[in-house]
Design a protein around this ligand. Structure first.
Ligand code: C2E
Ligand code: CA
Ligand code: CA
Ligand code: CA
Length: 280
């Protein structure tokens, strides 16, 4: 048994080295992912309650690694942030999502997703020239800025003056900004005084607890009162059950997102769904 124990310690160290090497390899592979065409976008519906009518879509990035298959954004986005590659990746996402939004706008008019919501990393926001890059992309793709929403997290603006200034500037220029994963950070409420946004995305951890615990329900109900007092719109994230959807609707939520209404899907599948509703 002792031998086994010793062996295990040894094995454990080797495994740690393996993991570090593995992560370094993946991070190196990420450098070519864009130019090799391995990145693509999925779109998850954001719906109105209680009709489940599509009000918009959130753009979610995917990486198909040539050997390892799909890598989750929770794995590769932090890597891209550490290496600074997120700046190129983020611009690629913005450009492609805006091009898609413009195409839908022209093809479907009022039947197009009303809002295309794009995740923006803290590093992008704090980068000088980000607002100018956004303006370039808007001009190049021809998308209507009123159809866009930029999703930022509270950590992005918490300790960065430049990021905060960028948010203000973007809103002055008619872009809408959503605070993502609301409630999971450190000083959510006070942040809103400094950094006005248009939408709060209420984190799925509260939503999933809302139907089972009084505390979850209280938070979800409290937040909707709070957002309407501040004239903000609320989106409930991570809705998976009809019970949750019903509770959210009766609490006053008008917008929701989650597997109950639809998983992230490719653009063609969004188009098939639009064609389906237009036919009806
Ligand atoms: P997020 O912005 O909070 O996006 C929502 C995540 O929740 C997505 O995971 C989505 O697939 C997942 N989700 C949606 N509905 C449900 C549900 O009902 N239940 C559960 N359990 N999960 C649900 P995904 O696509 O894996 O993305 C993870 C995170 O990666 C995102 O969290 C976002 O922080 C980041 N990310 C994704 N795409 C981009 C991007 O283009 N740029 C940046 N900077 N970050 C991105
Ligand atoms: Ca998001
Ligand atoms: Ca979120
Ligand atoms: Ca998140």
């Amino acid at each position: 048994a002792k031998e086994l124990g010793g062996g295990r310690v040894h094995w454990f160290d080797a495994a740690m080295d393996d993991r570090a090497a593995d992560s370094a390899r993946l991070s190196a592979d990420l450098e070519q992912a864009l130019t090799h065409g391995e990145m693509f976008l999925l779109y998850q519906p954001i719906v109105e309650l209680p009709s489940h009518r599509r009000a918009g879509v959130e753009v979610l990035l995917r990486w198909r690694h040539p050997q390892r298959g799909l890598i989750a954004p929770d794995v590769f986005i932090p890597m891209a942030e550490r290496s600074g590659l997120i700046l190129d990746i983020g611009l690629w996402v913005l450009e492609n999502a805006c091009r898609q939004g413009a195409l839908w706008q022209h093809r479907y008019g009022d039947d197009a997703p009303a809002k295309v919501s794009i995740n923006v990393s803290a590093l992008q926001l704090a980068e000088p020239g980000f607002v100018a890059d956004v303006e370039d992309i808007l001009a190049r793709t021809g998308v209507d800025r009123s159809r866009l929403m930029l999703e930022i997290t509270e950590t992005a603006v918490l300790d960065s003056g430049p990021a905060l200034a960028a948010v203000r500037e973007l809103r002055q220029r008619g872009l809408r900004v959503a605070l993502d994963d609301f409630g999971t950070g450190q000083s959510s409420l006070s942040l809103l005084l400094d950094c006005p946004v248009d939408v709060l995305k209420v984190d799925k951890s509260f939503v999933s607890g809302s139907a089972v615990s009084n505390a979850g329900a209280a938070i979800v109900e409290g937040l909707i009162g709070f957002t309407s007092r501040l004239h903000l719109e609320a989106v409930a994230e991570g809705v998976e059950t009809t019970e949750q959807a019903e509770h959210l609707h009766s609490a006053g939520y008008r917008l929701a997102q989650g597997y109950l209404f639809g998983r992230p899907i490719p653009a063609e599948a969004v188009e098939a769904a639009i064609d389906e509703t237009v036919k009806k």
